[in-house]
Write a protein that binds this ligand. Sequence first.
Ligand code: UFG
Length: 343
Amino acid sequence: MSRILVTGGTGYIGSHTTVELMQQGYDVTIVDNLSNSSVDVLDGIESIVGRRPDFANIDCNNYVDLDGVFEQFADIVGAIHFAASKAVNESVEKPLLYYRNNLGSLITLLEVMREHQVHNLVFSSSCTVYGQPDAAHLPVDETAPIQKALSPYGNTKQINEEIIRDEAYADKHLNATILRYFNPIGAHPSALIGELPNGVPQNLLPYVTQTAAGIRKELKVFGNDYNTPDGSCIRDYIYVVDLAKAHVKAIDRMLNAKKRDQVEVFNLGTGHGISVLELINEFQNATGKKVPYSIVGRREGDIEQVWAEPRKANEVLGWKAETPIAEVLASAWKWEKHIRKIN
Ligand code: UFG
Protein backbone atom coordinates (compact mmCIF):
# COMPACT_ATOMS: atom_id res chain seq x y z
CA MET A 1 0.00 0.00 0.00
CA SER A 2 1.20 3.51 -0.73
CA ARG A 3 1.17 6.23 1.87
CA ILE A 4 0.19 9.83 1.21
CA LEU A 5 1.06 12.74 3.47
CA VAL A 6 -1.89 15.11 3.82
CA THR A 7 -1.03 18.47 5.33
CA GLY A 8 -4.04 20.24 6.79
CA GLY A 9 -5.78 16.87 6.81
CA THR A 10 -8.12 17.70 9.69
CA GLY A 11 -9.44 20.72 7.78
CA TYR A 12 -12.49 20.90 5.57
CA ILE A 13 -11.17 19.72 2.21
CA GLY A 14 -8.29 17.77 3.77
CA SER A 15 -10.56 15.56 5.85
CA HIS A 16 -12.83 14.71 2.92
CA THR A 17 -9.79 13.93 0.78
CA THR A 18 -8.33 11.70 3.49
CA VAL A 19 -11.56 9.69 3.50
CA GLU A 20 -11.50 9.21 -0.28
CA LEU A 21 -7.79 8.29 -0.30
CA MET A 22 -8.24 5.70 2.44
CA GLN A 23 -11.33 4.27 0.78
CA GLN A 24 -9.23 3.79 -2.36
CA GLY A 25 -6.65 1.83 -0.36
CA TYR A 26 -4.05 4.49 0.42
CA ASP A 27 -2.55 4.88 3.87
CA VAL A 28 -2.62 8.46 5.06
CA THR A 29 -0.51 10.42 7.47
CA ILE A 30 -2.09 13.73 8.41
CA VAL A 31 -0.02 16.61 9.67
CA ASP A 32 -1.97 19.53 11.08
CA ASN A 33 -1.30 22.08 13.81
CA LEU A 34 -5.04 22.24 14.60
CA SER A 35 -4.97 26.03 14.30
CA ASN A 36 -8.30 25.97 12.47
CA SER A 37 -9.59 22.44 13.00
CA SER A 38 -10.30 19.88 15.68
CA VAL A 39 -8.58 16.63 16.50
CA ASP A 40 -12.06 15.07 16.75
CA VAL A 41 -12.16 15.07 12.95
CA LEU A 42 -9.96 11.97 13.15
CA ASP A 43 -12.83 10.15 14.88
CA GLY A 44 -15.18 11.17 12.07
CA ILE A 45 -12.75 9.89 9.46
CA GLU A 46 -12.29 6.61 11.34
CA SER A 47 -16.05 6.11 11.67
CA ILE A 48 -16.52 6.53 7.93
CA VAL A 49 -13.53 4.51 6.73
CA GLY A 50 -13.11 1.93 9.49
CA ARG A 51 -9.40 2.78 9.77
CA ARG A 52 -7.76 5.70 11.50
CA PRO A 53 -5.29 7.88 9.62
CA ASP A 54 -1.92 8.43 11.30
CA PHE A 55 -1.64 11.90 12.72
CA ALA A 56 1.09 14.30 13.80
CA ASN A 57 0.21 17.57 15.51
CA ILE A 58 2.93 19.69 13.98
CA ASP A 59 3.36 22.91 12.05
CA CYS A 60 4.50 22.47 8.46
CA ASN A 61 6.75 25.46 8.90
CA ASN A 62 8.89 23.46 11.29
CA TYR A 63 11.55 21.64 9.27
CA VAL A 64 12.70 19.40 12.10
CA ASP A 65 9.19 18.24 12.95
CA LEU A 66 8.20 17.65 9.34
CA ASP A 67 11.45 15.83 8.67
CA GLY A 68 10.64 13.60 11.66
CA VAL A 69 7.34 12.62 10.07
CA PHE A 70 9.08 11.60 6.82
CA GLU A 71 11.62 9.65 8.92
CA GLN A 72 8.85 7.84 10.77
CA PHE A 73 6.79 7.06 7.66
CA ALA A 74 9.37 5.96 5.15
CA ASP A 75 6.63 4.69 2.80
CA ILE A 76 5.31 8.16 1.93
CA VAL A 77 5.14 8.38 -1.88
CA GLY A 78 3.41 11.72 -2.25
CA ALA A 79 2.04 14.74 -0.45
CA ILE A 80 -1.13 16.77 -0.76
CA HIS A 81 -0.60 20.22 0.65
CA PHE A 82 -3.76 21.79 2.08
CA ALA A 83 -2.32 23.39 5.22
CA ALA A 84 -2.77 27.15 4.86
CA SER A 85 -4.47 30.15 6.36
CA LYS A 86 -7.48 30.91 4.19
CA ALA A 87 -9.54 33.88 5.41
CA VAL A 88 -9.41 36.58 2.76
CA ASN A 89 -10.26 39.45 5.14
CA GLU A 90 -7.86 38.34 7.82
CA SER A 91 -5.11 38.20 5.22
CA VAL A 92 -5.62 41.89 4.50
CA GLU A 93 -5.22 42.68 8.21
CA LYS A 94 -2.36 40.26 8.86
CA PRO A 95 -0.41 39.93 5.61
CA LEU A 96 2.82 38.82 7.26
CA LEU A 97 1.07 35.98 9.04
CA TYR A 98 -0.32 34.81 5.70
CA TYR A 99 2.98 35.09 3.86
CA ARG A 100 4.82 33.34 6.67
CA ASN A 101 2.29 30.50 7.03
CA ASN A 102 1.39 29.89 3.44
CA LEU A 103 4.77 30.40 1.79
CA GLY A 104 6.87 28.97 4.62
CA SER A 105 4.90 25.76 4.87
CA LEU A 106 5.18 24.99 1.15
CA ILE A 107 8.89 25.81 1.08
CA THR A 108 9.53 23.60 4.11
CA LEU A 109 7.48 20.77 2.65
CA LEU A 110 9.38 20.94 -0.66
CA GLU A 111 12.72 20.94 1.18
CA VAL A 112 11.78 17.91 3.24
CA MET A 113 10.33 16.11 0.20
CA ARG A 114 13.56 16.68 -1.69
CA GLU A 115 15.61 15.44 1.26
CA HIS A 116 13.55 12.24 1.42
CA GLN A 117 13.23 11.82 -2.33
CA VAL A 118 9.46 12.04 -2.34
CA HIS A 119 8.64 13.31 -5.78
CA ASN A 120 4.88 13.81 -6.00
CA LEU A 121 3.08 16.91 -4.81
CA VAL A 122 -0.55 17.96 -5.15
CA PHE A 123 -1.11 21.60 -4.31
CA SER A 124 -4.36 23.16 -3.25
CA SER A 125 -4.79 26.34 -5.28
CA SER A 126 -7.78 28.49 -6.09
CA CYS A 127 -9.67 30.05 -8.95
CA THR A 128 -8.83 33.30 -7.20
CA VAL A 129 -5.69 33.34 -9.39
CA TYR A 130 -7.88 34.26 -12.39
CA GLY A 131 -9.45 37.30 -10.71
CA GLN A 132 -12.40 38.47 -12.81
CA PRO A 133 -11.92 36.82 -16.20
CA ASP A 134 -13.16 38.87 -19.14
CA ALA A 135 -16.19 37.64 -21.08
CA ALA A 136 -13.99 35.87 -23.63
CA HIS A 137 -12.53 33.75 -20.82
CA LEU A 138 -15.80 32.58 -19.28
CA PRO A 139 -16.05 29.74 -18.48
CA VAL A 140 -12.46 30.04 -17.38
CA ASP A 141 -9.94 27.41 -18.45
CA GLU A 142 -6.38 26.81 -17.29
CA THR A 143 -4.89 28.99 -20.01
CA ALA A 144 -6.70 32.15 -18.89
CA PRO A 145 -4.37 34.90 -17.72
CA ILE A 146 -3.42 35.09 -14.06
CA GLN A 147 -4.42 38.48 -12.69
CA LYS A 148 -3.01 40.55 -9.89
CA ALA A 149 -4.28 39.14 -6.59
CA LEU A 150 -6.87 41.15 -4.67
CA SER A 151 -5.66 39.99 -1.24
CA PRO A 152 -2.50 38.68 0.43
CA TYR A 153 -4.27 35.32 0.68
CA GLY A 154 -4.81 35.23 -3.09
CA ASN A 155 -1.24 36.36 -3.62
CA THR A 156 0.10 33.45 -1.53
CA LYS A 157 -1.69 31.03 -3.88
CA GLN A 158 -0.10 32.69 -6.92
CA ILE A 159 3.37 32.80 -5.37
CA ASN A 160 3.06 29.19 -4.23
CA GLU A 161 2.26 28.14 -7.79
CA GLU A 162 5.41 29.95 -8.93
CA ILE A 163 7.52 28.36 -6.21
CA ILE A 164 6.35 24.94 -7.37
CA ARG A 165 7.21 25.72 -11.00
CA ASP A 166 10.65 27.04 -10.08
CA GLU A 167 11.42 24.04 -7.89
CA ALA A 168 10.17 21.64 -10.58
CA TYR A 169 12.48 23.36 -13.07
CA ALA A 170 15.41 22.94 -10.69
CA ASP A 171 14.54 19.38 -9.65
CA LYS A 172 13.49 17.28 -12.62
CA HIS A 173 12.33 14.49 -10.32
CA LEU A 174 9.57 16.60 -8.85
CA ASN A 175 6.07 16.03 -10.21
CA ALA A 176 3.42 18.50 -9.23
CA THR A 177 -0.29 18.84 -9.76
CA ILE A 178 -1.83 22.22 -9.08
CA LEU A 179 -5.57 22.03 -8.45
CA ARG A 180 -7.48 25.28 -8.75
CA TYR A 181 -10.68 24.93 -6.79
CA PHE A 182 -13.81 26.92 -7.46
CA ASN A 183 -16.19 27.20 -4.47
CA PRO A 184 -16.22 24.00 -2.38
CA ILE A 185 -19.44 23.37 -0.45
CA GLY A 186 -21.35 20.59 1.30
CA ALA A 187 -20.35 17.81 3.66
CA HIS A 188 -19.80 14.07 3.64
CA PRO A 189 -23.17 12.28 3.21
CA SER A 190 -22.64 10.56 6.57
CA ALA A 191 -22.56 14.00 8.27
CA LEU A 192 -19.58 12.73 10.26
CA ILE A 193 -17.26 15.34 8.78
CA GLY A 194 -17.95 18.76 7.26
CA GLU A 195 -16.99 22.40 7.36
CA LEU A 196 -16.49 23.94 10.82
CA PRO A 197 -16.27 27.69 10.35
CA ASN A 198 -14.71 29.68 13.15
CA GLY A 199 -17.03 32.42 14.47
CA VAL A 200 -19.22 34.25 11.97
CA PRO A 201 -18.96 32.47 8.61
CA GLN A 202 -17.46 34.49 5.77
CA ASN A 203 -18.49 32.07 3.07
CA LEU A 204 -21.96 31.87 1.64
CA LEU A 205 -23.14 28.33 2.35
CA PRO A 206 -22.15 28.11 6.05
CA TYR A 207 -23.96 31.40 6.50
CA VAL A 208 -27.00 29.99 4.74
CA THR A 209 -27.09 26.84 6.88
CA GLN A 210 -26.56 28.80 10.11
CA THR A 211 -29.38 31.14 9.14
CA ALA A 212 -31.64 28.18 8.38
CA ALA A 213 -30.71 26.79 11.82
CA GLY A 214 -31.70 30.07 13.47
CA ILE A 215 -28.16 30.92 14.62
CA ARG A 216 -28.07 33.99 12.35
CA LYS A 217 -31.11 36.19 11.95
CA GLU A 218 -30.80 36.75 8.24
CA LEU A 219 -28.40 36.30 5.40
CA LYS A 220 -27.04 39.44 3.80
CA VAL A 221 -26.82 39.17 0.04
CA PHE A 222 -23.89 41.32 -1.02
CA GLY A 223 -25.25 43.22 -3.99
CA ASN A 224 -28.00 42.72 -6.58
CA ASP A 225 -26.77 45.31 -9.03
CA TYR A 226 -24.10 43.26 -10.78
CA ASN A 227 -24.16 42.68 -14.48
CA THR A 228 -25.68 39.19 -14.13
CA PRO A 229 -29.20 37.93 -14.96
CA ASP A 230 -30.56 38.46 -11.43
CA GLY A 231 -27.95 41.02 -10.32
CA SER A 232 -26.24 38.81 -7.72
CA CYS A 233 -22.76 37.31 -8.09
CA ILE A 234 -22.19 34.03 -9.88
CA ARG A 235 -19.90 31.22 -8.68
CA ASP A 236 -19.20 27.60 -9.51
CA TYR A 237 -20.09 25.65 -6.35
CA ILE A 238 -18.39 22.29 -6.24
CA TYR A 239 -19.29 19.45 -3.89
CA VAL A 240 -16.44 18.84 -1.46
CA VAL A 241 -16.70 15.05 -1.89
CA ASP A 242 -16.40 15.38 -5.68
CA LEU A 243 -13.47 17.71 -5.11
CA ALA A 244 -11.84 15.22 -2.75
CA LYS A 245 -12.12 12.49 -5.39
CA ALA A 246 -10.19 14.66 -7.84
CA HIS A 247 -7.23 14.55 -5.45
CA VAL A 248 -7.21 10.77 -5.52
CA LYS A 249 -7.24 10.89 -9.33
CA ALA A 250 -4.37 13.37 -9.26
CA ILE A 251 -2.31 11.11 -6.99
CA ASP A 252 -3.17 8.00 -9.05
CA ARG A 253 -2.05 9.81 -12.17
CA MET A 254 1.24 10.94 -10.68
CA LEU A 255 2.01 7.43 -9.46
CA ASN A 256 0.85 5.55 -12.56
CA ALA A 257 0.73 7.66 -15.73
CA LYS A 258 3.39 6.69 -18.24
CA LYS A 259 3.57 10.20 -19.56
CA ARG A 260 2.56 13.49 -18.03
CA ASP A 261 3.82 17.04 -17.83
CA GLN A 262 6.05 17.69 -14.86
CA VAL A 263 3.68 20.35 -13.56
CA GLU A 264 0.02 19.97 -14.44
CA VAL A 265 -2.77 22.40 -13.62
CA PHE A 266 -6.46 21.55 -13.41
CA ASN A 267 -9.55 23.62 -12.76
CA LEU A 268 -11.91 21.82 -10.43
CA GLY A 269 -15.45 23.03 -10.87
CA THR A 270 -18.76 21.85 -12.25
CA GLY A 271 -18.78 24.06 -15.32
CA HIS A 272 -22.02 25.71 -14.18
CA GLY A 273 -22.37 29.11 -12.60
CA ILE A 274 -25.08 29.75 -9.98
CA SER A 275 -26.03 33.14 -8.57
CA VAL A 276 -26.33 33.86 -4.86
CA LEU A 277 -30.11 34.23 -5.18
CA GLU A 278 -30.39 30.99 -7.14
CA LEU A 279 -28.36 29.18 -4.50
CA ILE A 280 -30.67 30.40 -1.73
CA ASN A 281 -33.65 29.21 -3.73
CA GLU A 282 -32.11 25.82 -4.45
CA PHE A 283 -31.31 25.44 -0.75
CA GLN A 284 -34.88 26.22 0.27
CA ASN A 285 -36.23 23.75 -2.30
CA ALA A 286 -33.78 21.01 -1.33
CA THR A 287 -34.31 21.28 2.42
CA GLY A 288 -37.74 22.87 2.90
CA LYS A 289 -36.04 25.38 5.22
CA LYS A 290 -36.67 29.08 4.85
CA VAL A 291 -33.62 31.33 4.65
CA PRO A 292 -34.53 34.93 5.53
CA TYR A 293 -32.32 37.34 3.63
CA SER A 294 -31.96 40.96 2.71
CA ILE A 295 -30.04 42.66 -0.05
CA VAL A 296 -27.19 44.88 1.13
CA GLY A 297 -24.34 46.69 -0.62
CA ARG A 298 -21.56 44.96 -2.49
CA ARG A 299 -18.72 43.34 -0.56
CA GLU A 300 -15.37 44.92 -1.31
CA GLY A 301 -13.16 42.86 -3.57
CA ASP A 302 -15.89 40.48 -4.74
CA ILE A 303 -15.59 39.02 -8.20
CA GLU A 304 -18.77 39.50 -10.23
CA GLN A 305 -18.92 36.16 -11.97
CA VAL A 306 -16.68 33.19 -12.46
CA TRP A 307 -17.22 29.57 -13.32
CA ALA A 308 -14.98 26.78 -14.54
CA GLU A 309 -14.25 25.12 -17.82
CA PRO A 310 -13.44 21.72 -16.24
CA ARG A 311 -12.88 19.86 -19.50
CA LYS A 312 -9.18 19.29 -18.92
CA ALA A 313 -9.85 17.62 -15.56
CA ASN A 314 -12.68 15.62 -17.15
CA GLU A 315 -10.51 14.36 -19.97
CA VAL A 316 -7.03 14.09 -18.51
CA LEU A 317 -7.78 13.18 -14.89
CA GLY A 318 -10.91 11.23 -15.81
CA TRP A 319 -12.80 13.12 -13.13
CA LYS A 320 -16.13 14.90 -13.22
CA ALA A 321 -18.18 16.72 -10.62
CA GLU A 322 -21.35 14.69 -10.74
CA THR A 323 -23.39 15.30 -7.59
CA PRO A 324 -26.61 17.26 -8.20
CA ILE A 325 -26.74 20.61 -6.41
CA ALA A 326 -29.88 19.64 -4.44
CA GLU A 327 -28.03 16.68 -2.95
CA VAL A 328 -25.03 18.86 -2.16
CA LEU A 329 -27.15 21.47 -0.38
CA ALA A 330 -29.01 18.75 1.53
CA SER A 331 -25.66 17.38 2.73
CA ALA A 332 -24.69 20.81 4.05
CA TRP A 333 -27.97 21.06 5.93
CA LYS A 334 -27.63 17.53 7.32
CA TRP A 335 -24.18 18.47 8.64
CA GLU A 336 -25.43 21.72 10.19
CA LYS A 337 -28.19 19.77 11.96
CA HIS A 338 -25.67 17.21 13.15
CA ILE A 339 -23.31 19.75 14.72
CA ARG A 340 -26.17 21.77 16.26
CA LYS A 341 -27.95 18.61 17.41
CA ILE A 342 -31.25 19.66 15.83
CA ASN A 343 -33.78 17.55 13.90
N1 UFG B 1 -22.04 36.15 -0.15
C1 UFG B 1 -23.17 36.81 0.31
N2 UFG B 1 -23.40 36.85 1.65
C2 UFG B 1 -22.57 36.24 2.54
C3 UFG B 1 -21.42 35.55 2.07
C4 UFG B 1 -21.19 35.54 0.71
O1 UFG B 1 -23.93 37.37 -0.47
O2 UFG B 1 -22.83 36.31 3.75
C5 UFG B 1 -21.80 36.10 -1.59
C6 UFG B 1 -20.50 36.76 -2.00
O3 UFG B 1 -20.71 38.13 -2.20
C7 UFG B 1 -20.16 36.00 -3.26
C8 UFG B 1 -20.72 34.60 -3.03
O4 UFG B 1 -21.67 34.75 -1.97
O5 UFG B 1 -20.83 36.56 -4.33
C9 UFG B 1 -19.68 33.60 -2.62
O6 UFG B 1 -18.94 34.13 -1.53
P1 UFG B 1 -17.91 33.24 -0.70
O7 UFG B 1 -17.31 34.13 0.33
O8 UFG B 1 -18.56 31.99 -0.24
O9 UFG B 1 -16.85 32.81 -1.78
P2 UFG B 1 -15.87 33.70 -2.67
O10 UFG B 1 -16.10 33.27 -4.06
O11 UFG B 1 -15.97 35.13 -2.41
O12 UFG B 1 -14.46 33.27 -2.09
C10 UFG B 1 -14.02 31.95 -2.31
C11 UFG B 1 -13.11 31.50 -1.19
C12 UFG B 1 -11.82 32.25 -1.20
C13 UFG B 1 -11.23 32.28 -2.58
C14 UFG B 1 -12.22 32.75 -3.59
C15 UFG B 1 -11.70 32.63 -4.97
O13 UFG B 1 -13.73 31.68 0.07
O14 UFG B 1 -10.92 31.57 -0.35
O15 UFG B 1 -13.37 31.94 -3.52
O16 UFG B 1 -12.51 33.31 -5.85
F1 UFG B 1 -10.16 33.11 -2.62
